[in-house]
Design a protein around this ligand. Structure first.
Ligand code: MN
Length: 243
């Protein structure tokens, strides 16, 4: 079995090494990831300049760094390695739940694999003052990979870890809670600048990814490539046929 490991925090992030160690238990592992952090790049791809692919062995694992986005890294990694069976992305330093799925580079890397017909899992965890003990997550990563292989028709799975997991839950994406807004500040020369900031805005809904994390569960959210709003499409069809 061939497993390609990627992320958006860069090839030297501790999270990707934890994932690669677990993946090694399943077969051949290759690590292909951006050379520098590419968080919040979503599914961006590089089209106005060429990309480079350099070997950079890490902890005895065959690894490559790419001067591009997470999606670029997965595109190049699968270009250079035939018949990849599974792509795992992460473990991201920061959760990717709710609206964050839209801008996540961790999910972008997994999504690139799903576009290419390769099953993929995005893993994200919390950011903490202290270094994260990834050993805590390893049994859960194994369980998720086993589930993915067992179920067989899960093209894309978004997984998030709370600080101390007490189990796993299947979830849906929480969309009612948008916490991306800008706060102005001032630089040393008195020029105004802006930072994206986060603040909880609404109660969490039971059964969502955000709810699972708040309850201390690992969140397993199957996501899809078809963004069509089926309900609205149905309604629009019915309405326009009537009038
Ligand atoms: Mn990141």
């Amino acid at each position: 079995m061939r497993i390609l490991v990627s992320n958006d925090d860069g090839v030297y992030s501790p999270g990707i090494h934890a994932l690669a160690r677990v993946a090694q238990g399943y077969g051949d592992v290759r690590l292909v990831a951006p050379d520098v952090e590419q968080s919040a790049m979503g599914h961006a791809i590089t089209v106005r300049r060429p990309l480079h692919y350099h070997r950079t062995p890490i902890e005895g694992i065959e690894a490559y760094r790419v001067d591009g986005t997470p999606a670029d890294a997965v595109a190049l990694g699968t270009h250079h390695w035939d018949k990849v069976d599974l792509v795992v992305s992460g473990i991201n330093l920061g959760l990717n739940i709710g609206h964050n799925i839209w801008h996540s580079g961790t999910v972008g890397a997994a999504k690139q694999a799903a576009f290419l017909g390769i099953p993929a899992i995005a893993f994200s965890g919390p950011v903490d003052e202290d270094p994260i003990d990834y050993a805590v997550y390893e049994p859960y990563i194994r369980e998720v990979i086993d589930l993915m292989l067992d179920i067989g028709d899960l093209p894309l799975l978004n997984v998030n870890f709370p600080i101390a997991p007490k189990g796993m839950r299947w979830t849906r994406q929480s969309v009612r809670h948008y916490d991306g807004y800008l706060i102005p500040g001032e630089d040393p020369k008195g020029r105004t600048h802006y930072w994206f900031s986060e603040e909880p805005r609404e109660q969490v809904e039971e059964g969502t990814d955000r709810w699972a994390i708040e309850q201390g569960f690992v969140s397993l959210n199957p996501i899809r490539l078809d963004l069509t709003d089926d309900l609205r499409l149905e309604r629009a069809l019915r309405k326009t046929q009537r009038h």
